[in-house]
Design a protein. Structure first.
Ligand code: FPP
Length: 249
């Protein structure tokens, strides 16, 4: 990977990724959809390695949405297996060795089997001191559900209406300690957010790529970061104001 093309002063700290196109990739090859998810796991590993090489601090990936339970039972079972057996068991040590901190974001509700929650907790515990890159796997995740959960937490702690503001709500999101994504990437040529990180992507740069997720490699991540570095971020200000306020480019 040619890192010299990157401007080290304008690196995104946090990249969010919708890994879309597994099913289509498999169908095109005459394979069952599940094989697309297996190949998608390989692609994810390469992307994480790319994030480590580039020094991206946070990578958050959409692995399973609150809506994905409605897929055929076999596919759901397979996806849970890929996450639990491949990512959280076979890959766990490899990720640990390259300094990846693994985390999860999403609802820990009755739909998530206990044994999977156990593996998630083990992986998070094993890797919690790692510093290279934080990989957050959004699992049983929905952006609206996350906001609803934050509001519930505010109500439960007795916050008065006057005290509810953006800062208070943010404290109750799933990852309050993580900066908002600078860059949001979606593969497979679809132009949708699909309920991913709705609150957090308010000012993210959106990059949509034509590649199907199983074909995604670290070079694609580099291309997305280069595209990001070509954009001018304004955060609601004019270009001149942004320069004076010293906001990140
Ligand atoms: C979207 O493709 C992808 C998913 C619903 C799951 C993403 C999961 C992986 C990449 C598997 C590995 C993940 C981890 C965390 C180990 P799709 O099935 O909607 O594809 P389609 O739009 O072509 O049907």
């Amino acid at each position: 990977m040619d890192l010299s093309r990157l401007d080290p002063k304008r690196m995104p700290r946090h990249v969010a990724c919708v890994m879309d196109g597994n099913g289509r990739w498999a169908t095109r090859q005459g394979l069952p959809r599940t094989e697309g998810h297996r190949a998608g796991e390989e692609a994810l590993l390469d992307a994480v390695k790319g994030a480590v090489e580039m020094g991206i601090e946070y990578l958050t990936v959409y692995a399973f949405s609150t809506e994905n339970w409605r897929r055929p039972q076999d596919e759901v079972r397979f996806l849970l297996g890929v996450i639990a057996d491949d990512l959280l068991t076979k890959r766990r040590n490899e990720l640990h060795e390259i300094g990846v901190r693994i985390r999860f974001a999403g609802r820990r509700d009755w739909r998530v089997p206990k044994w999977i929650l156990g593996r998630m907790d083990e992986a998070a515990e094993l890797t919690r001191r790692n510093k290279a890159t934080t990989l957050t796997v959004a699992f049983n995740y929905g952006g609206r559900a996350e906001i609803v959960d934050a509001v519930r937490a505010l109500v439960a702690e007795g916050t008065s209406a006057r005290q509810v503001d953006e800062r208070a709500l943010r404290r109750h999101l799933y990852q309050p300690d993580v900066p908002d994504p600078d860059l949001f990437v979606r593969t497979s040529g679809e132009f949708r957010i699909s309920n991913f990180l709705l609150w957090e992507i308010a000012y993210s740069e959106l990059v949509f790529m034509d590649v199907l997720w199983p074909d995604f490699r670290r070079g694609h991540l580099l291309e997305a970061v280069l595209e990001y570095q070509n954009r001018e971020r304004r955060f609601g200000l004019t270009g001149d104001q942004r320069d004076h306020d010293g906001l990140p480019g």
